[in-house]
Design a protein around this ligand. Sequence first.
Ligand SMILES: Cc1cc2nc3c(=O)[nH]c(=O)nc-3n(C[C@H](O)[C@H](O)[C@H](O)COP(=O)(O)OP(=O)(O)OC[C@H]3O[C@@H](n4cnc5c(N)ncnc54)[C@H](O)[C@@H]3O)c2cc1C
Length: 292
Amino acid sequence: MAELPDMLFKKEAIAPYAYTQVGGPADYLAKPETVTALMDLLAFAREQGWPTFVLGRLSNLVVRSGGLRGLVILTTALKSIRQEGQQLIAEAGCDFIWLAAVAQRKGLTGLEWAAGIPGTVGGAVFMNAGAYGGQTDQVVTAVKAVLANGQVRTFSGEALAFGYRHSVFQENGATIIEATFSLQKGDPKAIQALMDQHNYARASKQPLNLPSNGSVFKRPEGYFAGKLIMDTGLQGTKVGGAMVSTKHAGFMVNVGQAEGNDYEDLIHLVQGAVHDRYGVDLETEVRILGER
Ligand SMILES: Cc1cc2nc3c(=O)[nH]c(=O)nc-3n(C[C@H](O)[C@H](O)[C@H](O)COP(=O)(O)OP(=O)(O)OC[C@H]3O[C@@H](n4cnc5c(N)ncnc54)[C@H](O)[C@@H]3O)c2cc1C
């Protein structure tokens, strides 16, 4: 085997890097500090034939207790932002909440809804994250990514295939390097007021004091996942250390020492109970990866 790149950790537990604080070990884990280092790692993994998982803040992800075989690349050190007129161009690992704060300081409106979403730019693009009537696809006009064959390509318009919690990156296996956010001029005070309003609403409804993945399920047509779960009487139900939140039934919180498998088992329990009661199939928004 070619020499291992520098700063590649072996058998590294994923839980400390995950917003939920769960997840078994990665065979190899790296946190590149430049896009060049990221591309070198991708090329190395391709040469070795290793499966590769590019992850951000793991705020929408459950890694099962057995962990991930292959290479995990965390993007969180790639966080620069540059401004070109009314556009902010952010690297994939840039904190989404920070990006919204930067837009506010610069008097750019369009990202107020993002102020409380605790992931990265890459995760937001991949998931087409959204809240309070705003969504990533309303402001992202171009995304630079490395394709599975190593080529760099810029995606825009229909090629991004944005939909409800969907983007082309869920199918094409490309690694997002940076995204362009096209914003409008606005009043910093009005922007801040709207951000505060959203964050107040969030804090009053969501269990932000405990590790979670946000809303576990997508919104089923004609229903609200949280209401179905609440009406099925599942709040407070636990598997191991994972529990259906008593504050917001759509969230599952880590109430201590949860494992990735606990989350998956609790998800299946909730899906089964809601199906039995209402005949509705809840589809996960959260992504589940790895071995049991
Ligand atoms: C308290 C809380 C509140 C939340 N509120 C919201 C909300 O209001 N709206 C909402 O939409 N979501 C919300 N979420 C979910 C989550 O924060 C978002 O989905 C976020 O965009 C995920 O970003 P991440 O960096 O954590 O992605 P991760 O969880 O690390 O990864 C998610 C997926 O994206 C892929 N990915 C990440 N980076 C890249 C990259 N650079 N290239 C290719 N693929 C990549 C990963 O492979 C994975 O499949 C919430 C979560 C929490 C914990």
